[in-house]
Design a protein around this ligand. Structure first.
Ligand code: IMJ
Length: 274
């Protein structure tokens, strides 16, 4: 009887975490280590129809790489998006409106700070460096939601990525910590704005350190990872797949009561006192 009950539960969980037919835009895939790539794969596994954006550059290197990588997921949209370029953002949502007619999910995995800003003294941050980091890593979520707002279906979801450096002083994270703090506050304000009309939910995932393009360039990342492996309750780091599964959960009906939150996918690391 207990076994039967468990099977019934499993069936319902699968049903509720079913994203089939959902149209979801995924930003922030740069390569096969990107957390956004882990998210895209798990959304695809749950049956979602994906739109993928890539950062356009002169030589089209990202475009080629991201197109090859995401090809198996059969994205129905594949679009350039540099969030600092208004016309690109407008044309992304024009295409979504024309081709999809609605949007069920938005994944925001965008961050950038100058390398020189991610080492040494925080007080050395320039005004330009500060503005750029906050514009790309935090502000961009607001105009994405503004453009998406008229397209969001009932119960649609927005998920962004943050990091513990928003609330703790983590060596070298510096201006990115300030940007993530602004991003997490933006999640709360967007949640308050988008919830009332159509039950659109906005949440952040605070991922533990993972070896990615965004982290490999950073001095001391290996020390951070070893520290997590020694001290996190699970005694290991998390994977892109685990972050992806949480994103799938947050865009599914299983999380229908959750909005405005920062959910930690960090092997428990942040609960430690030291
Ligand atoms: C980034 C800097 C310092 C410490 C860091 C990180 N730790 C972790 C990261 C401990 C885990 C990675 N992270 C959470 C980020 O948000 C990274 C953002 C980032 C990384 C780069 C590297 C290359 C570059 N600009 C960047 N901008 C943002 O030129």
């Amino acid at each position: 009887m207990g076994e039967n009950y468990e099977n019934v539960l499993k069936y319902f969980v699968q049903m509720l975490l079913d994203l089939s037919g959902k149209k979801i835009l995924v930003t922030g895939i740069a390569n096969n280590r990107s957390i956004a790539w882990g998210i895209a794969q798990q959304l695809h596994a749950a049956g979602a129809e994906l739109g993928i954006t890539y950062l356009p550059d002169e030589k089209g290197r990202f475009e080629t790489k991201v197109r090859e990588l995401t090809n198996p997921l059969k994205p129905s949209l594949f679009l350039p998006l540099n969030v600092q370029d208004n016309s690109q953002m407008e044309s992304v949502f024009e295409t979504i409106n024309n081709d999809w007619g609605r949007l069920d999910g938005l994944i925001h995995c965008l961050a950038f700070a100058g390398k020189e800003e991610l080492i040494g003294d925080f007080s050395a941050t320039t005004a330009e460096g500060f503005s750029r980091a906050l514009e790309i890593s935090a502000y961009s979520l607001a105009p994405l939601c503004r453009h998406a707002k008229p397209l969001f279906s009932k119960g649609a979801g927005v998920v962004t990525l943050t990091y513990l450096g928003s609330e703790r002083a983590i060596p070298n994270y510096n201006v990115m910590g300030v940007a993530k703090a602004a991003l997490e506050a933006s999640v709360r304000y967007l949640s308050a704005e988008l919830g009332p009309e159509n039950e659109v939910r906005v949440n952040a995932i605070s991922a533990g350190p993972i070896r990615t393009l965004a982290s490999s360039a950073i001095g001391g990342i290996l020390d951070m990872i070893h520290n997590v492996e020694e001290k996190a309750p699970l005694r290991r780091t998390v994977t892109q797949t685990e972050v992806g599964n949480t994103a799938a959960f947050l865009l599914s009906n299983l999380s229908s009561g959750i909005s405005g939150q920062t959910i930690y996918v960090d092997a428990g690391y942040c609960i430690n006192g030291m």
